[in-house]
Design a protein around this ligand. Structure first.
Ligand SMILES: *Cc1c(COP(=O)(O)O)cnc(C)c1O
Length: 213
């Protein structure tokens, strides 16, 4: 969302006494350049849904954070007032340990460097490597936010672009799945220079194979 959209949604929720839920399962944990995306709007949600990046994608785990007020509304010695909710694998110890390891990385940095600053440098290197991709005649609107890249492809006369591109990218060792005619990258944060070159070069080679030079 545009940050202004989130600010207006927050204001509407405040006005009518409605809880605002931010689902940051995809965009949380630094994906958009801040630890949480809603920070960029300067707002706080009443509920925050997190998953994927919480374990670095290694194990399935999700959490819902809420305010002390909501927590307090269900905190009682009487079970009848509680928010009785569980799943068979709630609090799975392996998944929780993986999440703690990720939180350690965000607190301590990686190789002495804060994760978000490191990502910023990685993103700038990938931006530079993707210049030839952006210059391809079929490639239109290019944009990036944090560690998310997207390009709109002119697929005129290319039926089934998304599936064909997915297969061509696989031949380059890349798992890419355009949404309609939009090619996007949502890469892991640990890409080294060789992986960055493989991603940018392979994505262009796949495009040339599907759309021509
Ligand atoms: C992936 C995703 C989900 C689904 O999460 P599951 O853990 O697969 O149920 C929900 N919301 C957003 C924004 C997601 O990206």
């Amino acid at each position: 969302h545009d940050p202004e959209y989130l600010r207006l949604a927050r204001a509407l929720c405040d006005r009518y006494g409605v809880h605002l839920i931010c689902d940051e399962i995809a965009v949380g944990f630094g994906r958009t350049g801040t630890l949480f995306a809603h920070e960029q709007a300067g707002i706080r949600p009443d509920f925050l849904c997190l998953s994927k990046g919480l374990t670095g994608g290694t194990l399935p785990l999700s959490v819902v954070l809420t305010t002390d007020a909501v927590y307090g509304a269900f905190y009682d010695d009487r079970g009848a007032r509680g928010f009785l909710h569980s799943h068979s694998y709630s609090g799975n110890p392996l998944a929780c340990r993986a999440a703690l390891a990720v939180l350690d990385l965000f607190r301590d940095g990686q190789g002495g460097e804060p994760v978000l600053a490191r990502n910023h440098a990685t993103a700038q290197r990938l931006d530079a490597l993707c210049a030839p991709l952006a210059a391809h005649p079929r490639v239109g609107a290019a944009r990036r936010l944090g560690m998310l890249w997207a390009w709109d492809i002119d697929v005129d006369g290319l039926p089934g672009f998304s599936g064909a591109y997915h297969l061509a990218a696989r031949d380059e060792g890349l798992l890419l799945r355009p949404i309609g005619n939009t090619l996007y990258f949502m890469p892991p944060y640990v890409l080294d220079d060789a992986a960055l070159a493989q991603l940018a070069g392979g994505a262009l080679r796949a495009l040339e194979r599907v759309c021509g030079p």
